[in-house]
Design a protein around this ligand. Structure first.
Ligand code: AGP
Length: 613
């Protein structure tokens, strides 16, 4: 989740680097820094806190004009978020500057060796160790790129390293293992970044670096090799979304913009995948029909909100395909000795495609012989690149740390896959396949309708601003919606919140019910077999003093007398309801955080993509 920028070219490096770091702020960070090469010397400035602190430092203590520079926003892993631990880190002789994204797992051993050799380390970071290793290596391997290749061979863990040397202006060298790195090819200038947002104002020609690769850029050249110096193939692609798409588009918050984009995000994810007859097509899926017919178990693995989309998908997958489906937290999955066979399909769901827990889970699954399907929103990111197959969600860039449109499109992508599977294997959907597919096609307009509840939901947030705890109840696919509603409130408004399966209330959680405690309840459609049961649950909590906020479909009057607030949902089939019921819960948490005066787009302690385990 650190932000990385590198630049060589005719522009002032400081301007390009700082602007690039600003476009990466959404990734979440706690310090920032820059290094430039000028007059055979490295100059660095770095500050804890937001980018503005670094910019103020650059005013108080300017650096020289330069055409070669690197910059970093850090999300602390090793060492406190302070000035000393901020990147870049430099060698003892000050001739080498390094920035890093990831975790070097063997850094303690390497650090101890350096200390034993008399090196003085100034910070607590793993990154500084690399600066000293490079300095030592260059005594025997004079070329910067060659020295970095040698050093990378002794490192273990996840790292994107970007390096400059005082004696080689117009050269930036980088290495990539596990953490993302993209090259931007300009006209007489070249860029490096942790994601394309940092340089698409300058160029849309991007090169995604692969695993264990080194890249050396100058203003007019890009050379890619492996860690042993062997030239490596690379594919260039054009970045299709423009800088404006990543801006707020008139909203105060990226999150509000992305909530409003959900109808389009879902429509774009459905585009070209369901024909008028209700037939599902998944071009370039990457799994042939013969294999799809052999699958006898599906395991979905993901983190956070993506995990919740998997919990919802499970109901549809089992209902439509009759294939057993498990849903596992990625951080737990590979440590529980799971049973995987060549006919197990593991589905890795990830918005960023860089979540380390999910990446390591899918790698484990593949090592055990299972095939992996990625459901991902970030084209060319690590998880889909390393999977056997991929279904991209087309939500567009999701900048706010709290995931919204990605969540809905993950559910849609999972539903499309489940329908495609059922279609290919000839299992029914419980009712006419075309009907289900067309119901899904209607959902963008349903989501549009539920966006109209925004003002009412915002008023509820203001009413509940002083509450200490909020509960969320649901049944069937409404249960993961309750979990997602609780997660949103935790991560945005820093409030205690908990989601429960409503049927579990009587097994303990009902003891939490006291006078005035807010309880959100997601009520399934009136024709659903669970409807009356959850209405009873509402009565149970209301009778004990709960303040009930009930999400129920238009026309469902059965809940009126037990509801302190009603949020109306457009009528839709039970399995489709998460696509509309989630939206008011997103708006509620966004508004609660706003009225509390918190940083909604970049909540404390969180990062948009957690690229460490
Ligand atoms: C969701 O609002 C959170 N930001 C977080 O739980 C997120 O969903 C999780 O870290 C997984 O991220 P990914 O989808 O990029 O893998």
């Amino acid at each position: 989740m650190c932000g990385i920028v590198g630049y060589v070219g005719p522009q002032q490096a400081q301007n390009v680097v700082i602007e690039g770091l600003r476009r990466l702020e959404y990734r979440g960070y706690d310090s920032a820094g820059i290094a430039i090469v000028s007059d055979q010397a490295i100059q660095t400035r770095k500050k804890a806190g937001k980018l503005a602190n670094l910019e103020a430092e650059l005013v108080d203590s300017p650096i020289s004009p330069s055409h070669t520079g690197i910059g970093h926003t850090r999300w602390a892993t090793h060492g406190a978020p302070n000035d000393v631990n901020a990147h870049p880190h430099v060698s003892e002789d000050g001739t080498i500057a390094v920035i890093h994204n990831g975790i070097i797992e063997n850094f303690a051993m390497l650090r101890d060796k350096l200390i034993a050799e008399g090196v003085t380390l100034r910070s607590q970071t793993d990154t500084e160790v690399v600066a000293h290793l490079l300095s030592k290596q260059m005594k025997s391997t004079p070329g910067l790129a060659d020295a970095l290749r040698e050093v990378c061979q002794v490192l273990t863990g996840a790292f994107t390293l970007v390096v400059v040397h005082a004696d080689t202006p117009d050269v930036v060298v980088a290495a990539r293992r596990n953490s993302p790195l993209v090259v931007g090819r300009g006209d007489g200038e070249n860029f490096l970044a942790s994601d394309v947002a940092a340089f698409i104002a300058h160029t849309r020609n991007a090169i995604e670096l692969g695993q264990d690769q080194i890249v050396e850029i100058t203003p007019n050249s890009i050379e890619v090799t492996d860690f042993y110096g062997k030239p490596a193939e690379f594919t260039e692609y054009e970045v299709t979304w423009d800088a404006a798409a990543a801006e707020k588009g008139g909203f105060d918050l990226f999150m509000l913009k992305e909530i409003a984009e959900q109808p389009k995000a879902v429509a774009d994810t459905l585009l070209g995948r369901i024909d008028k007859s209700g037939k599902v097509t998944l071009a370039d899926l990457g799994l042939d029909d013969a294999f799809l017919k052999t699958i006898d178990k599906i395991i979905i693995t993901a983190c956070g909100t993506a995990y919740h989309s998997g919990l919802i998908a499970k109901y549809a997958i089992e209902h439509w395909t009759r294939i057993p489906c498990e849903v596992e937290l990625a951080s737990e999955f590979r440590y529980r000795d799971p049973i995987l066979t060549p006919t197990t399909l593991v589905v890795a769901i990830s918005q960023s495609g860089e979540t380390m827990d999910t990446l390591m889970a899918m790698r484990y699954a593949r090592e055990q012989g299972a095939k992996v399907l990625a459901i991902c929103n970030s084209n060319g990111s690590t998880i889909p690149r390393e999977s056997d197959a991929v279904i991209y969600t087309h939500a567009g860039p999701e900048i706010a740390v709290a995931s919204t449109k990605a969540f809905l499109t993950q559910i849609v992508a999972c539903y499309l896959f489940a329908m495609y599977l059922a279609q290919t294997r000839g299992t029914g959907y419980g009712k006419d396949a075309a009907t289900v597919a067309l119901e899904l096609s209607d959902m963008p307009s349903m989501i549009d309708l539920v966006l109209d509840t925004t003002e009412g939901v915002k008023a509820i947030a203001k009413e509940l601003i002083d509450k200490q705890s909020v509960l969320f109840l649901g049944r069937s696919v409404g249960f993961p919606v309750a979990l997602e509603g609780a997660l949103k409130l935790k991560e945005l408004a820093y409030m205690h919140a908990e989601g429960f399966a409503a049927g579990e209330l009587k097994h303990g959680p009902i003891a939490l019910i006291e006078d005035g405690i807010p309880v959100f309840v997601v009520v399934p459609p009136q024709d659903d077999e669970l409807h009356d049961k959850i209405v009873s649950n509402i009565q149970e909590v209301r009778a004990r003093g709960a303040l009930t906020i009930v999400l129920a479909e238009e026309g469902d009057e059965s809940i009126n007398e037990f509801s302190d607030h009603i949020i109306r949902l457009p009528k839709c089939p039970a399995l489709m309801q998460p696509l509309v019921a989630t939206v008011p819960l997103q708006i509620f948490s966004c508004e609660m955080a706003t009225v509390k005066g918190y940083d909604v787009d970049q909540p404390r302690n969180l990062a948009k993509s957690v690229t460490v385990e």
